[in-house]
Write a new protein. Structure first.
Ligand SMILES: [Fe+2]
Length: 339
């Protein structure tokens, strides 16, 4: 029988399951395929459809900027950045933000940005985006304004006089993006008022916090890991919508995390070595590796086998939050000593 759209839908869940089962979920930092683009002289996709991952539209890249070099200047959809190594500064929406290893930046949609390494060694930064999802939606709009290359003397002189962007700037708009849905669904609201509110929400989104420096992170105990610090989060003043480096978990030596089940997330190992059990399979990892918790119901737990702490960063793709019925979150156990 000829295939039709309804047959496709009836088999879609099984097809997605098969795609997930065949996909890569563990990226090894040692095995990345580095390349050059107009934006980054050296860059590798860590996770994303192009390297065999079956994501919900997200991807993660790692970029390297040589000492004395800059990236290209471009704009596109929302992007979360974590500086893994080195020191430098970024121009984001015309403002300057100095950074060093451990700092996080949020670049809101369509805000032009460019990164500069004025430190003595190569800088590495991790980037999470929703480019595959936005491409599918037909809203991915990459604008390349300038290409990667050495920092010129002129730029050096000009940028040294720029004032530092406000590190404490918070999500200050009167209307929060979460309210936009309610605004646009309201049947009684004046349509002109409604449009105004949507524009206000857009401005509030762009007024969100841009940088969180490592020195300003706050560690708190958590039952899932040991210690945790929030990164790009609403509680820390960021107005992210789609993607964020949300937190770092620290697992003490010879401890395991809680075992739990939830929808899509990724973890990037910053420090240490260990293994994870994901849907019954074991994956041995080390710093620089990434693991994909594919969802919609992925059972997983992480183990620190060494005498030093493990630190891993959680990467959130909030498209999953639009489908709460698929995220049947379940906490099976809490963290503890490997016994
Ligand atoms: Fe970018």
């Amino acid at each position: 029988m000829e295939n039709n759209f309804y047959d496709d839908w009836l088999s879609a869940a099984r097809k997605a399951d098969a795609e997930r089962a065949a996909a890569t979920i563990h990226a090894r930092g040692r095995e990345l395929r580095w390349m050059s683009t107009p934006q980054d002289a050296r860059v590798a996709m860590v996770a994303g459809p192009q390297v065999g991952f079956r994501t919900m539209g997200g991807c993660v890249l790692i970029g390297e900027i040589a000492s004395g070099w800059k990236t290209g200047r471009h704009s596109h959809g929302e992007e979360s950045i974590c500086i893994l190594d080195g020191e430098g500064y970024s121009l984001i929406g015309g403002k300057k933000y100095s950074w060093q290893s451990g700092d996080c930046l949020q670049v809101y949609s369509e805000v032009p940005h460019q990164h500069f390494n004025n430190g003595p060694k190569p800088a590495r930064y991790l980037q999470a985006m929703l480019a595959p999802l936005e491409a599918f939606m037909g809203i991915l709009n990459y604008v390349q304004e300038a290409e990667a290359g050495p920092i010129s003397d002129e730029e050096r002189a000009q940028h040294s006089t720029l004032a530092e962007g406000d590190a404490g700037a918070v999500y200050s708009g009167e209307v929060h993006m979460e309210e936009v849905g309610a605004v646009s669904r309201s049947p009684v609201e004046d349509p002109y008022e409604r449009t105004k509110k949507i524009h206000e929400a857009g401005r509030a989104y762009l007024a969100g916090r841009v940088i969180l420096r490592k020195q300003d992170t706050q560690w708190k105990p958590t039952r899932q890991a040991g210690m945790r610090c929030a990164l790009i989060s609403h509680e820390r003043g960021f107005s992210y919508r789609g993607v964020n480096f949300s937190l770092i978990n620290e697992v003490p030596p010879h401890w395991h995390t809680g075992r739990h089940i939830h929808a899509e997330a990724m973890i990037y190992v910053l420090e240490g070595k260990g293994y994870s059990i994901i849907d019954g399979k074991r994956y041995d990892w080390e710093a620089g590796d990434l693991l994909h918790v594919q969802g919609p119901h992925t059972d997983h737990q992480h183990f620190n086998t060494e005498a030093v702490p493990v630190r891993y960063m959680r990467i959130g793709f909030t498209i999953r939050d639009l489908y709460p019925n698929y995220d049947k979150k379940e906490q099976v156990s809490t963290s503890g000593k490997i016994g």
